[in-house]
Design a binder for this molecule. Structure first.
Ligand code: RB5
Length: 155
């Protein structure tokens, strides 16, 4: 591990053991982790969990976010509604790497009903280690962020 990060982590009730295993893994690797829950046995709504992590990143309280729900889908949709968040659902090392290299993702989302804890930890490591490639990708990511302004005008 070359870089260590301040990481905001949350899950819904579908992913509590996986989140706990991930946090243990990240802390052992030297990262600073803020755990936004949920608590074992507590039923929560994944948009609320996504908002906690997304807002922590936008506020500068964390460098990166990791979100886990059952599929990694709903929590990603919700995270992307927070201005400044680029969240990606990943399924393997390739997508975990490419969401950083091409999309400069600041939040990675995964599904605990799709992947075992060990796979979630591996994908998180790849996400954290991969750089943004910049170059031709910079303008494209800028266009993603510009869509937030369009949304505000439309509403
Ligand atoms: C919770 O049952 C489930 O809907 C949630 O974890 C997630 O998979 C939603 O996208």
């Amino acid at each position: 591990m070359t870089n260590t990060f301040s990481i905001a982590v949350a899950s819904d009730h579908a992913a509590v053991p996986e989140r706990q295993a991930l946090i243990e893994h990240l802390r052992a690797a030297g990262h600073t982790v803020t755990d936004f829950g949920s608590a074992p046995g507590e039923s929560v709504d994944y948009p609320d969990q996504a908002a906690l992590v997304g807002r922590a990143i936008v506020a500068g309280e964390a460098d990166r976010g990791i979100l886990i729900c059952g599929t990694g889908l709903g929590i990603c949709m919700a995270a992307n509604k927070v201005d400044g968040i680029r969240a990606a659902t990943v399924h393997d090392a390739f997508t975990a790497e490419m969401c950083r290299r091409h999309n400069d993702a600041n939040v990675v989302c995964m599904g605990a009903r799709v992947h075992a804890a060990a796979a979630i930890c591996r994908m998180a490591d790849v996400f954290l280690e991969a750089p943004f490639d910049e170059g031709r990708h910079t303008g494209r990511v800028g266009k993603i962020m510009a869509l937030e302004q369009d949304a505000h005008v439309a509403s």
